[in-house]
Design a protein around this ligand. Structure first.
Ligand code: NAP
Length: 290
């Protein structure tokens, strides 16, 4: 495999992933709708493409790391979309958290172009993206995954092949369903602690050391108590993930009532102007409610 890689989307996650690809010695072309976000990568040796089509034209692996289904559709299939120039044999890696239904649609067009698609969303957040410590949850065939592995390895500590195309997207939504519900329930629990007269620090220490304790509870409770909403994971993206989870689970006749309840908290917070804050800001409307 030659070393020409393109990455589409340089947000919180894509920016860190791109920096690790450069560090690993790949010849990297980057595209982002807002070009300013590419400057540091250009300074470090990346080529900038002004359209997704231009970015994908020479690459043997094209990765996308975009907000949602609509962004992914725009970048792959919109005017000047990447699929207009991908060559036969190119491997497309969709790493955004998107719906399995969109992955299936994207695969149909990729196949018409003779390209192979992997769905490879990630776990880990800003720090893991910057540190090359993500976990890829992959769906797709072995041949494509083997060919893409050197590229994925440069950004990750783990590559989990879950099965055929769509398996990574499904797994990611299940993962984020559990995360979203835990963050929402923590927001309620911490608001309750704060109003109860308990010592907040002692109460959180009990939860962290006890059965409810998890890496997520530890990290998010620290941010909530510090009122630190600098972005690791955008609040509006968690609302999106819960919606996609509800839709996907419905295909398996599972009614995600917990996801629906959690999503209403995230959507309320987004409507109150917190959409562009970290998801831990979901606690603020609860704190200010009577
Ligand atoms: P982000 O910082 O909001 O970046 C989103 C990217 O999508 C940006 O490059 C943005 O371009 C682009 N974009 C959005 N709408 C677009 C459109 N209509 N057309 C073209 N480009 C568009 O999000 P992120 O945190 O990097 O997350 C990226 C994906 O990874 C999401 O699916 C998210 O759910 C998932 N994820 C995030 C985390 C995390 O901790 N942050 C962890 C795991 C997975 P602009 O720069 O021009 O806005």
């Amino acid at each position: 495999m030659d070393k020409d890689v393109a990455i589409l989307g340089l947000g919180t996650m894509g920016g860190g992933m791109a920096a690790n690809l450069l560090k690993a010695g790949f010849s990297l072309t980057v595209y982002n709708r807002t070009p300013e976000k590419a400057q540091a990568l250009i300074d470090s040796g990346a080529r900038f493409a002004s359209t997704p089509a231009e970015a994908a034209a020479k690459a043997s692996v094209v990765i996308s790391m975009l907000a949602d289904d609509a962004a992914s559709r725009e970048v792959w299939m919109g005017q000047h979309g990447a699929l207009s120039t991908v060559r036969e044999g190119t491997i497309l890696v969709e790493s955004s958290t998107v719906s399995p239904a969109w992955i299936a649609e994207l695969a149909t067009v990729a196949t018409q172009k003779g390209a192979a698609l992997l769905d490879a969303p990630v776990t880990g957040s800003r720090m893991q993206a910057e540190g090359g410590q993500l976990s890829f949850l992959v769906g797709g065939d072995d041949v494509a995954l083997n060919a893409a592995t050197p590229v994925l390895k440069a950004m990750s500590k783990e590559i989990v092949h879950l099965g055929p195309l769509g398996s990574g997207a499904k797994m990611k939504l299940i993962n984020n369903f559990l995360c979203g519900v835990q963050v929402a329930s923590l927001a309620e629990g911490l608001t309750w602690i704060e109003r109860s007269g308990l010592d907040v620090e002692k109460a959180l220490a009990v939860l962290k050391a006890g059965a409810p304790g998890s890496p997520l509870l530890g990290a998010i409770s620290t941010r909530m108590t510090a009122h630190d909403y600098s972005v690791n994971f955008l609040l509006r993206l968690m609302a999106k993930d819960l919606l996609y989870a509800e839709e996907e689970a419905a295909h398996c006749n599972v009614d995600l009532k917990m996801a629906e309840a959690a999503r209403s908290l995230f959507e309320t917070a987004a409507a109150k102007g917190l959409a562009e804050k970290d998801m831990s800001a979901v606690i603020e409307p609860l704190r200010s409610s009577k």
